[in-house]
Design a protein around this ligand. Structure first.
Ligand code: ADP
Ligand code: MG
Length: 271
């Protein structure tokens, strides 16, 4: 087994440019411009950068939602094409994606029972009895009561809905989670609770996270290592503590200088 959960080499994604739009050449957007990075098993890599820097495009390529224009993506040591060729079930049992807006990411017409049922049925192929017991375990893991199952997404707060979305992402027992601004839509006090839950789940289940946020404090609180993205490139990467204490790149310094003083700390750090 490869030491790395994910290994990316010179990955690029360019949108548009080829087709003509209303008779004019649509301009190209080079959203991701030659990124290389690796995630060790059990590691949390934070990706930070302002809006439009290409964070979601990178995440969507990793999650199989967007095709790279060029470059290599290895997942568990194998090319992603090989995993994708095995079908959605193999992909979904390896990598899951958690979106920013939890309520919008849950189908409003389905109960939570039906929402959690989908991956257990389609990705895992579990029978009714096994699905029922897994749903209980999943709600337990995200600290939601069993009564959650009969309810609809709109009946929950943002923080509760994100817990449910996390339960859904855990359903297929994927070991790699792509978390794209998972707490950005939540109130600050709720953010801290969801971050704590994500840390517990990672440690209990040995998960590997790619954790994306435009918020430095949030990224610092959860990441082992951090990569800073700017205009589709990684301009700086390193251990979280070092990167924030001794930023090397001008852009990182600007980001840190413009961020509000870090309010969220790791549990072992004094307030
Ligand atoms: P971030 O998540 O850091 O805010 P994105 O990856 O969403 O950045 O976007 C990076 C750039 O790519 C932006 O200029 C955005 O407008 C562009 N982009 C993203 N998705 C598409 C798309 N489907 N079609 C065209 N341009 C896109
Ligand atoms: Mg984004």
């Amino acid at each position: 087994m490869s030491r790395h959960a994910v290994e990316i080499t010179d990955l690029t994604k360019t949108f548009g440019g080829r087709r003509k739009l209303f008779g004019r050449q649509a301009s190209e957007v080079r959203a991701v411009r030659g990124i290389s990075l690796a995630l060790e098993r059990g590691e949390t890599l934070g990706i930070v950068g302002e809006s439009g820097s290409g964070k979601s495009t990178l995440a969507r390529m990793l999650a199989g939602l967007e095709r790279p224009s060029s470059g290599i993506m290895l997942i568990d040591g194998k090319p992603w094409e090989q995993l994708a060729a095995k079908g959605a079930s193999a992909f979904g049992r390896t990598i899951q994606y958690v979106f920013q807006d939890p309520v919008a990411s849950l189908n409003p017409r389905k109960t939570i029972d039906e929402i959690l049922d989908v991956p257990l049925r389609l990705l895992c192929g579990y029978d009714h009895t096994r699905r029922a017991s897994r749903k209980k375990e999943l709600l337990d893991a995200v600290q939601m009561p069993l009564g959650t199952l009969e309810r609809f997404p709109h009946e929950f707060s943002g923080g509760q809905a994100q817990r449910i979305a996390i339960a859904r992402a855990l359903a297929a027992e994927a070991s790699i989670l792509i978390l794209d601004e998972p707490v950005s839509a939540l109130d600050v006090s709720v953010q801290a609770q969801v971050l704590l839950l994500l840390q517990q789940l990672r440690d209990d289940l040995g998960l590997t996270y790619l954790f994306i946020s435009h918020d430095l404090a949030v990224v610092e609180s959860i990441s082992d290592r951090v990569a800073v993205m700017y205009l589709g490139e990684i301009v700086e990467a390193g251990p979280a503590a070092r990167l924030f204490a001794e930023p090397q790149h001008d852009y990182t310094r600007t980001l840190i200088a413009s961020a509000p003083r870090l309010a969220i700390r790791k549990p072992h750090e004094p307030a």
